[in-house]
Design a protein around this ligand. Structure first.
Ligand SMILES: Nc1ncnc2c1ncn2[C@@H]1O[C@H](COP(=O)(O)OP(=O)(O)OP(=O)(O)O)[C@@H](O)[C@H]1O
Ligand SMILES: [Mg+2]
Length: 486
C-alpha cells in the first residue's frame, strides 16, 4: 500500500489544481491532493503520467488523518486499469510512474467500469468525485456467500429487500428467505410507486409466502416423517449415548413405521403408549416436550421444503408466528437439510437469512440449532459447487458462527459504530479497504459500503427505494400534538 511521507509532497501539488500521484510498484499509488480538489475514499480517478504514456485508472482507498496543512492532503490508492482515450477502458494492468496528474473519473467512465465488469443489477446510486451513477452489482458475484452487517436500525432489512427484488428481476436464481420478523411477507406485493416494468416483472414470478398463525396464508410447516434421523432426534432432544435405551426404542419404532410408510409425530406417540418401559419413556418425553401440539407439523399440508422443491421462484418463510421457540428452528432445519440433501440437482439457490444469529449463532443453544449451524457451515464451505449460496444478515460479526462468516466473499456494510466490530470485519475481509470500512461510523441510514466479488470495486453507495411492501417497518414514538406542532 502507499508509503509514508505523503504530506511531505505538499510542494508538488500541481499548480493547475489537480492532484499529483506517484506509483513505485505499478499496483498502488500515493497522492497529494490540493484543497481545491474534492476527493473522498472510494473515488475513482484518472492518473495522467507526465511521460506521455496512456492514462491509468485508479481508486482512492486510503487517506492520512485530517490535517490543517493548507496546501494538500495525502491519500493512497490502487491502480485498476488503463484509459485509452480512443478506446474502451482496460480493467487490468498498471505500471510504475514518477508523476501523474490526477482528475476524477467521469460518469461515462464509471458506467463503463461497471459494464465491463458485467455489473448490471441496479441497487441504488454510487457517488464518485463530482458525479453520481446508478450503482450496479454483478449477478455472478452472488455465486459466492454474502454478509450484510450494520447496527440496529441502519437499514439492513430494507437494503436486503432492495437487493432481493433486483435479484428476482435480473436473475433466474431460486430464492429461499428465512425471515424471523415477518419483514419480507410483502415481497410479492409491488408498491404503487414502483415503475411498471419492474412491477410487471415481479408480478409474473411465483413468490410464495409461508406463515404460521395466519389462516389466510399458506401455512409454514415441516414434515417429521421425512426429516433425517439426526434431525428427528434433535427435535426430541434424544442423544444416542446419554439416552441409549430411549434412542434405541426410537430407532426400532422408526424403522417399523418406515416399512408402513408412515412416521408423523402423532403416529409415533400413539404407538408408544402400550410399549415396553423404554417406549413409554420415549412417549413421556414427546408429551413433556409438547411437540405433539406444535402447529409446525405438515400432516396433510405441503411442507416448506416440498413447496420449494415444487419449483417456487422465491419462498419467504415467516418464522415469527409459532408458539414454541423450537418450532421455527425445526422448520428451518427441515428446509436447510432438504436443500443440502437435494444439492446434486445443482439448482442455483440463494438462501437468505435475516437476523442470521438466530439460525447460525457462534454458540448454538439447542440440539436443533446446533444441527442448523452444522449444515449452514457445511453449505458455507461446500455449497458453492452445488449452487447453494448464503446471504446472511446480522448486527454484529461476532454473533455469527465464524466458519460461516469467513467463507463470505461479499460484504454489505451499513452504519456500524463499534470499532471492535469494524476491526473484526477488516481482519476477515481483506477485500474491503480498512479506511472505507471505518467511514461506516458516519453513514446515514440508507448508505452502505459494498465490497467483494459482487461489485467491480468497493464502493460507498446509497440504497435505492423498495419496489415491494416492507413487512414491518420500525414503530414510531407517538408524539403529543402540541409537541409535534412546536
Ligand atoms: N433506504 C431507506 N429508505 C427508507 N426507509 C428506510 C431505508 N432504510 C431503512 N429505512 C427505514 O428505517 C427503519 C429501520 O430499517 P431496517 O429495519 O431496515 O433496519 P435494520 O438494520 O434491519 O434494523 P434491525 O437490526 O433492528 O433489524 C425501518 O422503518 C425502515 O423502513
Ligand atoms: Mg432488520
Amino acid at each position: 500500500m502507499p508509503g509514508d511521507g505523503r504530506l511531505d509532497d505538499d510542494d508538488r501539488v500541481a499548480s493547475n489544481g489537480s492532484g499529483i500521484a506517484i506509483s513505485g510498484d505499478g499496483r498502488t499509488f500515493t497522492l497529494t491532493v490540493p484543497p481545491t480538489l474534492h476527493l473522498t475514499l472510494g473515488d475513482v480517478v484518472v492518473l495522467d503520467p507526465d511521460d506521455g504514456a496512456e492514462p491509468l485508472l485508479g481508486q482512492v482507498v486510503e487517506q492520512d488523518p485530517p490535517t490543517t496543512k493548507a496546501r494538500g492532503r495525502g491519500m493512497g490508492g490502487v491502480l485498476i486499469g488503463g484509459v485509452d482515450p480512443a478506446g474502451p477502458l482496460r480493467l487490468h494492468g498498471g505500471r510504475p510512474f514518477s508523476e501523474a496528474a490526477v482528475t476524477r473519473a467521469s460518469t461515462d467512465q464509471l458506467e463503463e467500469l461497471q459494464r465491463l465488469s458485467d455489473a448490471g443489477i441496479p441497487i441504488g446510486t454510487w457517488a464518485s468525485g463530482e458525479v453520481t451513477v446508478p450503482a450496479r452489482m454483478r449477478a455472478q458475484g452472488f455465486g459466492r456467500h454474502t454478509f450484510l452487517c450494520g447496527q440496529s436500525g441502519s437499514g439492513k432489512t430494507y437494503a436486503l429487500g432492495v437487493i432481493l427484488e433486483q435479484l428476482l428481476l435480473h436473475t433466474h436464481m431460486r430464492m429461499v428467505v428465512l425471515d424471523p420478523n415477518a419483514d419480507f411477507v410483502g415481497l410479492g406485493e409491488t408498491l404503487p410507486g414502483a415503475d411498471q416494468e419492474s412491477a410487471g416483472g415481479l408480478a409474473e414470478l411465483d413468490i410464495r409466502v409461508l406463515r404460521a398463525g395466519d389462516e389466510s396464508a399458506q401455512p409454514l410447516r415441516a414434515r417429521f416423517a421425512t426429516m433425517s434421523r439426526q434431525a428427528q432426534a434433535a427435535v426430541l432432544r434424544l442423544d444416542p449415548l446419554t439416552n441409549r435405551a430411549e434412542y434405541n426404542a426410537f430407532l426400532h419404532l422408526m424403522a417399523e413405521l418406515r416399512r408402513m410408510e408412515i412416521g408423523e409425530i402423532g403416529e409415533i406417540a400413539a404407538r408408544l403408549q402400550d410399549g415396553d418401559p423404554d417406549a413409554r419413556a420415549l412417549g413421556q418425553r414427546i408429551e413433556n416436550l409438547g411437540v405433539l401440539g406444535w402447529t409446525a407439523w405438515a400432516q396433510d399440508q405441503p411442507s416448506a421444503a416440498e413447496t420449494i422443491a415444487g419449483g417456487a421462484r422465491a419462498t419467504v418463510m415467516d418464522l415469527s408466528g409459532f408458539g414454541d421457540p423450537q418450532e421455527p428452528l425445526a422448520v428451518a432445519l427441515d428446509v436447510v437439510e432438504a436443500l443440502w440433501e437435494q444439492r446434486r440437482s445443482r439448482t442455483p439457490t440463494l438462501i437468505v437469512i435475516d437476523e442470521a444469529h438466530n439460525l447460525c449463532p457462534t454458540e448454538p443453544a439447542s440440539p436443533i440449532q446446533a444441527l442448523i449451524v452444522e449444515r449452514l457451515v457445511q453449505i458455507a464451505a461446500e455449497g458453492r459447487k452445488y449452487g447453494l449460496w448464503l446471504l446472511l444478515s446480522s448486527q454484529r460479526p461476532s454473533k455469527i458462527h465464524p466458519q460461516a462468516l469467513s467463507q463470505c466473499d461479499n460484504l454489505v456494510l451499513m452504519r456500524m459504530n463499534s470499532p471492535g466490530d469494524l476491526a473484526e470485519l477488516a481482519g476477515m475481509y481483506g477485500f474491503a479497504p480498512p479506511a472505507m470500512l471505518r467511514t461506516s461510523q458516519f453513514f446515514a441510514q440508507r448508505e452502505a459500503l459494498v465490497a467483494g466479488t459482487f461489485v467491480p470495486r468497493p464502493a460507498l453507495v446509497r440504497m435505492g427505494a423498495r419496489l415491494t411492501r416492507e413487512g414491518g417497518s420500525d414503530v414510531r414514538v407517538p408524539v403529543a400534538e402540541a409537541t409535534a406542532a412546536s
